[in-house]
Design a protein around this ligand. Structure first.
Ligand SMILES: Cc1cc2nc3c(=O)[nH]c(=O)nc-3n(C[C@H](O)[C@H](O)[C@H](O)COP(=O)(O)OP(=O)(O)OC[C@H]3O[C@@H](n4cnc5c(N)ncnc54)[C@H](O)[C@@H]3O)c2cc1C
Length: 503
């Protein structure tokens, strides 16, 4: 079987596996640990019978320990606050996992040097955390821990149905015309996107495909490359995301004229989580604490929190609330504002870490992108291209991004995990032209049902804090009208505290 027909078969097989009722019998069994945020409904249901726990009072309650929640907490680190995170670990979609002393990303895994026209508050915050410094020669904010920069020659390789190539977008006249069309927007595509000028905001009202079709005739293979890149960063293709989001992807940094550093520590963007958490008092951070409901009593908020380990329901009496959890569940937690986020659409992601005894003979690439028939499989990263422990394990991290309508198929992941893993190993083996199945020692799977809020038409420039029902309860997180990116999440936390300070 040649590479091309194998890839087609392989991708079709995965879609089939997702609809199968259980794992196939008789095949090799891998050692798999699964973490899924899709079992929370069950926990909330079960908590109805949990006894009452303690009553606490605090000035600020922060809901969610992802980038946005921690960024907010850092702004109030010397005030009276408590942060509740439902998972055992901080990080949200910027989480990590570890095995035998090796740490690796289980979600967001990189960022790039920042131009000096980006939001000053966030730049200063990252500088204060000791993460970035200003490189006056380059005119860019670069990373202090330069050992985690990825060298250009190992950055990426793309597998297409006709073979390998260096970049996702095909080189040629069409790419030149495409970039020529986008170049005028360079330096206008700021981050956070709230800083983008009024005159460009019309681009939020049309699709990226619609915008491109006005000036270019796209071939199907070039369009596939654009769709892949939109899905990789935004969770949906170019027909769905806005022109502003699309242009922003290519023009938010001077990628084509400067050397923009690519920063990817072994633990991915958990690096930023750790930097923030290290500045906060440990006793104020409560993991395995799920905020079940928020209600207003007089001037204060009564917040019911499930203490998952103790199996009790605690009550936090808070003066102010910063809600940095995903907003799809807000209708259950705080019904008066649930409607504000009813148009959000989330892409589900499935992440699989493969821990391998490293006997693969091949030059490593940091990002191994798959432009095959089925665009759900985005490819995998390889820690051999990053700095790593001497003699440590080789880790491949594979990414699947599904359509929101397919979320339900991920709910019973346990029943299908072996089959999904076997299929992914088959695909990666093909990439290396060698069977890697015998080198796999351990596997971690992470299911994020509401991983990424898609920047559809009209999604941006729509800050829901302007319409919130309670002045003392604000919203942070990338799913409040922002691009799903680290810098936006950091800024959202800073702005949320600013909003409360202005009440
Ligand atoms: C697979 C993937 C890869 C990505 N890669 C990158 C990348 O490389 N670079 C980049 O810049 N961005 C990337 N992103 C985008 C990334 O999502 C953001 O950069 C950022 O991590 C989002 O942070 P957040 O705090 O807004 O949301 P989240 O990370 O979703 O955090 C929300 C937190 O709130 C918690 N929570 C929710 N409800 C409750 C509740 N009721 N009680 C208590 N806790 C609650 C959740 O458990 C979670 O920890 C990626 C996203 C995904 C899904």
């Amino acid at each position: 079987m040649n590479r091309r027909s194998f890839l087609r078969l392989s991708s079709l097989a995965l879609t089939g596996i997702l609809t199968q009722s259980c794992n196939p019998a008789g095949s090799k069994a891998y050692d798999i640990s699964i973490k899924s945020d899709m079992q929370l409904g069950h926990l909330i249901f079960e908590s109805a019978s949990f006894p009452e726990g303690n009553i606490f009072s605090t000035d600020y309650l922060v809901v969610g320990g992802g980038v946005a929640g921690l960024s907010a907490a850092c702004q109030i680190h010397n005030r009276d606050f408590v942060l509740c995170e439902l998972s055992e670990d901080l990080g949200g979609s910027s989480s990590s996992q570890s095995y035998a002393g090796e740490i690796f990303s289980q979600g967001a895994h990189y960022d790039l040097a920042y131009p000096d026209y980006y939001g000053q508050e966030t730049l200063r915050f990252l500088e204060k955390l000791g993460v970035i410094f200003y490189d006056a020669n380059a005119g860019l904010w670069d990373f202090v821990d330069s050992q985690y920069l990825i060298e250009a020659q190992v950055e990426s390789q793309t597998l297409t149905e006709t073979g390998f190539r260096e970049q996702v977008l095909e080189q040629g006249k069409l790419k030149e015309d495409f970039l020529k069309l986008l170049f005028p927007y360079l330096s206008e595509m700021k981050m956070p996107t709230r800083l983008i000028s009024e005159k460009l905001r019309l681009l939020n009202k049309i699709s990226f495909t619609g915008f491109l079709h006005r000036s270019l005739v796209l071939t199907s293979s070039f369009k596939k490359g654009i769709d892949y890149q939109m899905k990789d960063d935004y969770g949906a293709d170019a027909d769905k995301v806005s022109a502003l989001a699309g242009i922003h992807y290519y023009m938010c940094r001077p990628y084509y004229t400067e050397d923009v550093s690519l920063f990817s520590p072994p633990e991915g963007n958990y690096y930023f989580i750790k930097k923030m958490a290290d500045t906060l008092p440990e006793e104020n951070i409560r993991t395995s604490h799920l905020v079940r409901s928020i209600s207003k009593t007089g001037k204060r908020f009564d917040v019911q929190v499930i203490n998952i380990k103790n199996e009790t329901v605690d009550v936090y009496r808070a003066q102010k609330v910063i809600y940095a959890g995903q907003k799809h569940a807000l209708k259950y937690v705080f019904a008066p504002d649930g409607h504000l986020f009813s148009n959000n659409e989330y892409a589900p992601w499935l992440i699989i870490n493969f821990v391998l005894n490293d006997k693969i003979k091949s030059d490593p690439f940091w990002q191994n992108e798959f432009l095959t028939e089925d665009l759900h499989f985005m490819g995998f990263t390889d820690n051999a291209s990053q700095i790593r422990r001497k003699g440590g394990y080789r880790i491949f991290t594979a990414y699947y991004c599904f359509d929101s309508t397919q979320r339900i198929l991920l709910a019973s992941i346990t029943d299908r995990a072996q089959a999904i893993v076997a299929e992914t190993i088959k695909t990666i083996s093909l990439y290396f032209d060698q069977d890697i199945s015998n080198q796999v020692e351990k596997i971690f799977i992470r299911v994020m049902g509401h991983a990424m809020s898609i920047p559809k038409i009209n999604y941006l420039f729509n800050d829901k804090n302007l319409h919130r029902s309670e002045p003392n309860m604000v919203y942070a997180g990338v799913d409040n009208s922002r691009l799903p990116l680290l810098f936006e999440a950091l800024d959202s936390g800073i702005q949320a505290v600013g909003e409360l300070d202005h009440v």
